[in-house]
Design a protein around this ligand. Structure first.
Ligand code: FMN
Length: 340
């Protein structure tokens, strides 16, 4: 997710879940051809399994970008056919590519020829006035003929005129049933559903119908939700943060925070200021007493030149103090600010 799932965010998420597949932000094939590839592509081995998401519509350029992705060690190349932003439309890629399934097929074929890792596609269920099931069915069929075996489907149409990207994640209605229909019509393909999914029960229900679930905003805003996923859905004995039954959740959260502080101190030595990293973990204490005060400290840019260890001490003290004062009120205020 743009601005969100950078390598620091992925480092944080890996402290909560070892087995889920993480995705990079969308990186354009042009940026990799003309820009600093290492700056865009470097990641840490601990992030595996991790997919590189590419944006582009030029087969040769995408093949070059995919080759770089494989060389850098990514586990999957994913082509973005779902982004509705005006900038992306001007570049003639993202969601508008759904109107050109043969071009997407050419892009997939070129990338598949260039790499040995899987090439997958993320897309919507429709674009603008094309919202009938036949449109997305034919898109998937055409792209599958080029060898794509995995489709991640955001179960909303993209309305390309007049809606911001944010509104395009909220206003077009969710139609999960179309994704189930795709699985029914293409049983040999791996179909992953995305869009508006939150909570283990909802994930489990989708997994009875399709092959996978992608969770975006809920995972980012409520990262602790991920702590059960390795165990619940991915066959692990327990998540890396420990079984929630076995370890008091607050202790486990504190130990994840401590690991992030160590990481931020290491990154500071490399020139990365802690606010660029801490912003990804602001949901860690969500729902706990004192979480709002804790978040305020970690978001306080007046502290940006302070050593991260000191900020961590201030944040913990603020959280505990607020929790002691008004545990119930603090939790209610957190819920209200999260809902806002
Ligand atoms: C801040 C933000 C950035 C996003 N950037 C991307 C992106 O780069 N590539 C992509 O395929 N989807 C992107 N998305 C869309 C999400 O991947 C996802 O499809 C969408 O949010 C619906 O899923 P959710 O309801 O689980 O969040 C972004 C979403 C958000 C909130």
């Amino acid at each position: 997710m743009m601005e969100w799932t950078d390598r620091h965010c992925r480092h944080f998420h890996r402290l909560l879940t070892r087995r889920t597949r993480l995705y990079t932000v969308m990186i354009t094939s042009g940026a990799l051809r003309h820009g600093d590839a290492a700056r865009h592509l470097d990641f840490d081995a601990a992030e595996h399994p991790v997919a590189l998401q590419l944006g582009g519509s030029e087969p040769d350029e995408l093949a070059h970008a995919a080759r770089l992705g494989e060389r850098w060690g990514y586990d999957e190349i994913n082509l973005n056919c779902g982004c509705p932003s005006e900038r992306v439309q001007r570049g003639a890629f993202g969601a508008c590519l759904m109107k050109e399934p043969r071009l997407v097929a050419d892009c997939v074929a070129a990338m598949r020829d260039a790499v040995t890792i899987p090439v997958t596609v993320k897309h919507r269920i429709g674009v603008d006035e094309r919202e009938d099931y036949g449109f997305v069915r034919d898109f998937v069929g055409t792209v599958a003929d080029a060898g794509c075996e995995v489709f991640v489907v955001h179960a909303r149409s993209a309305w390309l005129k007049g809606l911001s990207p944010k509104a395009n994640r909220e206003i077009p209605p969710l139609r999960h049933e179309l994704v189930r229909q795709l699985k029914h019509d293409f049983p040999a393909l791996t179909i992953v559903v995305n869009g508006g999914i939150a909570g283990d029960e909802a994930i489990a229900a989708h997994l009875r119908e399709v092959d996978g679930v992608m969770v975006g905003r809920d995972a980012y805003h409520h990262p602790w939700h991920m702590v059960d996923w390795d165990r619940c859905f991915l066959g692990a004995a327990a998540g890396p943060a420990g079984s929630p039954e076995a370890i008091e959740a607050t202790e486990a959260k504190a130990s994840v925070e401590a690991a992030m502080v160590t990481y931020m101190a290491r990154q500071a030595a490399l020139g990365v200021a802690w606010p660029a990293i801490a912003r990804h973990m602001l949901g860690l204490w969500h729902g706990e007493p004192g979480a709002r005060r804790w978040r305020q400290v970690w978001s306080d840019h007046r502290l940006r030149d302070e050593p991260v260890e000191r900020v961590a001490r201030l944040a913990a003290a603020a959280r505990l103090q607020a929790a002691r004062r008004e545990p119930a009120a603090a939790t209610a205020a957190d819920a209200a600010s999260a809902a806002a």
